[in-house]
Structure formats: C-alpha cells, structure tokens
Design a protein around this ligand. Sequence first.
Ligand SMILES: [Zn+2]
Ligand SMILES: [Zn+2]
Length: 286
Amino acid sequence: MIHSRKQFMLYGYYDNESDDDVNSEANARRINNVEQCFGSSGQPLGIPGRVLVGEGVLTKMCRKKPKPRQFFLFNDALVYGNIIIHKKKYNKQHILPLEDVKLDNVADEGNLRNGWKIMSPSKSFIVYAATATEKKEWMAHIRKCVNDILAQRGLRQSTSIDSPVWVPDSEAKTCMHCRKSEFTVVNRRHHCRHCGIVACNPCTGKRWLLPQQSSKPIRVCLTCYQKLSNEASEFSASRKHSVITGGDHPNSSGEDSSEDDDDPARDGMPSADQIAIHDAHFQSYD
Ligand SMILES: [Zn+2]
Ligand SMILES: [Zn+2]
C-alpha cells in the first residue's frame, strides 16, 4: 500500500472563486465519507455551508502517551477520532467548534517535535506533526479557518476560559500538589480539571462545576478549589444570587476516564494505533 508523502491533505478550500458544482459535489462526498468512517459512533457532519478543508494524522499527547489520531479540519470545526482502520474506520469522535479554538506554539523537546497546543473550553491538548512543514501548514490552515469563521459570524476571538492541557502521567512521580504522595498502583494519579496537574486522591478530593467540561461537578485540586470558592463568593457577594447550576451536558459523566480518550484498560500495553504512528500522511484532493 502506497501512502501519500504528505500528512496534511488539503482539499482546495481556497479556490473559492472556482467554487462550482464539481467542488461542492466533491466536498459533499468527502464529508459523507468521513461520516461513514465514524459510523454510528459519530455525529452527522453534513451541515449546509460546511467545507472539509483538509485532514491528516497528528500525534496527540494523551494521558499515558502520545497516540495517532485522525484530524479533520472543517471551515467551522476541528474534528478528530481514534483510528481503527486507516481511511476506513474511526471512533471516539470529538468536535471542537473553531470559533472557540486557540493555538499556541510548543517548543521541540527531545523526540517530541513539531508540536503545538490546541485549546478550547471543553478540551485542550498538544499535538505533534511529522515534520516542521506540516506543523506550519496545519497551524496556518487552522488559524485561517478560525479567523474566517469569526469574521463571518462577526465575532471576536473567544475569551472563555480554556480547559487545561493535562500534564501527562509520566511527568509526575509524586503528587504535584502536596509534593509528598508517591504514585503507585494503589495510589493512583488524578488530574485537576481546572489546572491540569497530576495529584493524589486527597489533594484532588474536591469537586467543582466546570460547565464547559461536564454537567456534573468534576475533580479539582485543593488550590483550584480554594481559588474557585473565593471567586464564587466574590461573585455572589456582588450579584446576590449564585448562578452555579448544572445544565444538561449529554456526553460527560464527570468520571475520571470519561474526559480522556485514552483507553484505561490498556494501561502499559502497546496499542495497535501506537504501531501505526506516522503511517499516514496529510494529503490534498486538488
Ligand atoms: Zn497530594
Ligand atoms: Zn488545580
């Protein structure tokens, strides 16, 4: 099987002047194909006016280790999922509306090269491209789409608070809050949903409602709990009524594993998608 040399496949979104029926037909076919690949595990993606700008494999830093994920850049959303069969089957779909997305550069460190942060209120993480060129392409295209959608909708860059990028488990041998508790099989690592540190159970014993991430109160460290409590009391003092109520958020349970797309059952096992790393490339459909 021959893979294209380029990881980031671009579909000619910038040929707007020649935006004819052939283009829109091809676009509809591509979007339908992405939908098919996710099957019942994904949401319908064919929205009027939506264009699939490009797609490719990026290595996403997950809780346990970096893992390849298929990313789809639409003109209004960034969608990604786990690769079951390359170009055929994906699952665990995540959709980030582009108007909420911000990017930030990440410096090269050891083997982790060509990375950048993708930040949004519901999810934030670091991804790595195979080459510096691809990183540049991805970042430029995402930024262009974000700016275009903001301009089109008459919005400014989102000022909402982004969810934290989680510190990978491997970076913390001891609790980053108390600095004492050493992690073992029994003394599990937990992540503060507000600042992203890895901390022990007692140091993350409190819960707080962060509605962008979950409909239920979720785990926060003691420092964040204190900070959020202070902010809330200041807020309610100035407002009289506290407005912290839970809304319906269909796909969040507030449980530890639910907010990460790692498979917790595979702890320490080499996964199939780990082997497929950098196998596929970003391609262009022009
Ligand atoms: Zn601790
Ligand atoms: Zn915290």
